[in-house]
Design a protein around this ligand. Structure first.
Ligand code: 5AD
Ligand code: SF4
Length: 437
């Protein structure tokens, strides 16, 4: 008989946290924990947190508050806080919520098995170092069960850009790239387990320098893995889109025609205050060059409204940039002052104004998203089927352009790329018909 304990992980924030959660689950497997989707049966609950905006950080404390009754009823329940709130707040978390057993930052989770020994001995464990050793090397290998055809793989972490609003350079630290050889090995192992699409992750992924050819060099090497059908990467900074990467978008068939390229604002004055180090026109010119290499490439972006000092005119410049680029999809946020960042010292734009701008920007972005989706109707796109849909006989997958697509198809097509003719556009997905020979 084994005495397997149950681990429940809640992941907040970005895709890198999704990847980190998987790796933490693997690290905890060594300590006898098996993952569950049911919080009530958990012996340990781990919150993998996000600090990017105030709301995300505060949510962690309110969620901890909500766990209190569960913990009172089950005093042996272990509670851990990981991720960027753990890094930023450290001991403060245990001060505000003494029931928390474990606080682990994003760079030290390979030490989880050791930390759990402390926790199991009834002591609190905290580790928010930026250690010398590479956490990826010390983690157990990703092996065994077949998995979803699409996987994330972290290749680069941290950021040296210091945008004036952003906590990432403080919570994730300086930019570090993993060596290409290790990434290729991990990618091969994922493919051996049935993965057909890999999304390379990094806070500043196109600044990757673990390969002599940069990110493009890594992509070309990955493209050699026969059963790997698709490669994507996110998130990129406009200033790191080098010629080789733009060229790869035109020439590497496995590199998908979708690019998340945040610009944050369309006003040069605000871009300067944000320390983005490029102008709106430089971004427009970059988009034009990428489109020249790959005309059908779909762009996605991030925008912040209400950055300190943003005037109506600055905001209009953002709307104009959005109209010029035409995004397939985008994320937009109200500026949130983060303690310790340079912009936090400056006076906020009044909340109602920021709110109204966000509504207007989101309306425009949604219109562009719908437009892009309805333009797909009648076209045939390649879809990588990932899982069964809710409707009988239906599978769900992603198109090359990252649209979710539903189509009636046999279950053994999961993990394969198939041509699908799009027949209908819905709010956040497309429906289509399998093209059979
Ligand atoms: N306030 C609002 N949005 C922010 N982002 C980063 N920091 C902040 C902040 N302080 C947004 C940016 C970034 C995305 C991940 O989150 O748009 O690209
Ligand atoms: Fe944050 Fe991205 Fe700017 Fe780095 S480049 S500081 S992660 S917004």
């Amino acid at each position: 008989m084994t005495n397997t304990k149950k681990l429940y992980i809640k992941t907040y924030g970005c895709q890198m946290n999704v990847y980190d959660s998987e790796r933490m689950a693997e690290a905890l497997e060594v300590g006898g924990y098996e993952q569950t989707q049911d919080m009530d049966e958990a012996d340990m609950i781990l919150l993998n947190t996000c600090h990017i905006r105030e709301k995300a950080a505060e949510k962690v404390y309110s969620d901890l508050g909500r766990l209190k009754p569960l913990h009172d009823a089950k005093p042996d329940l272990k509670i851990g806080v990981a991720g960027c709130v753990a890094q930023a707040e450290g001991q403060e978390i245990m001060r505000r919520q003494p029931m928390v057993d474990l606080v682990v930052g994003p760079q030290t989770y390979h030490r989880l098995p050791e930390m759990m020994k402390e926790v199991n001995a009834g002591r609190q464990a905290l580790d928010t170092d930026f250690p010398e050793e590479d956490k990826f090397n010390l983690l157990p290998k990703r092996e065994l069960p077949a998995r979803n055809p699409s996987a994330f793989l972290t290749v680069q972490e941290g950021c040296d850009k210091f945008c004036a609003f952003c906590v990432v350079p403080y919570t994730r630290g300086a930019e570090v790239s993993r060596p290409a050889a290790r990434i290729l090995k991990e990618a091969q192992a994922l493919v051996d387990r049935g993965v057909r699409e890999i999304t390379l992750l990094g806070q500043n992924v196109n600044a990757y320098h673990g390969h002599k050819g940069g990110l493009a060099g890594l992509i070309w090497d990955l493209a050699e893995i026969e059963d790997l059908k698709r490669i994507r990467f996110t998130t990129s900074h406009p200033n790191d889109m080098d010629d080789a990467l733009i060229d790869a978008h035109g020439t590497c068939e496995k590199l998908m025609p979708y690019l998340h390229l945040p610009v944050q604002s369309g006003s040069d004055r605000i871009l300067k205050a944000m320390n983005r180090k490029h102008t709106a026109d430089a971004y427009r010119a970059l988009i034009a060059r990428i489109r020249e290499a790959r005309p059908d490439l779909m762009f996605s972006g991030d925008f912040i409204v209400g950055f300190p000092g943003e005037t109506d005119e600055d905001f209009e410049a953002t709307l104009q940039l959005v109209r010029d680029v035409h995004y397939g999809q985008a994320y937009s946020f109200k500026y949130s002052a983060r303690p310790g960042t340079p912009a936090a010292e400056k006076p906020d734009v009044p909340a109602e104004i920021a709110h109204e701008r966000l509504q207007r920007l989101q309306a425009l972005l949604t219109e562009q998203q719908y437009q892009t989706q309805s333009d797909m109707v009648g076209r045939t796109v390649n879809v990588l089927f990932e899982k069964q849909g809710r409707q009988e006989g239906q599978l769900i997958g992603k198109s090359d352009y990252l649209h979710a697509v539903h189509a009636v198809a046999p279950v053994d097509m999961i993990g394969t790329v198939q041509p699908v003719r799009i027949t209908k556009s819905m709010t956040n997905s497309l429906t289509g018909q399998l093209i059979s020979d």
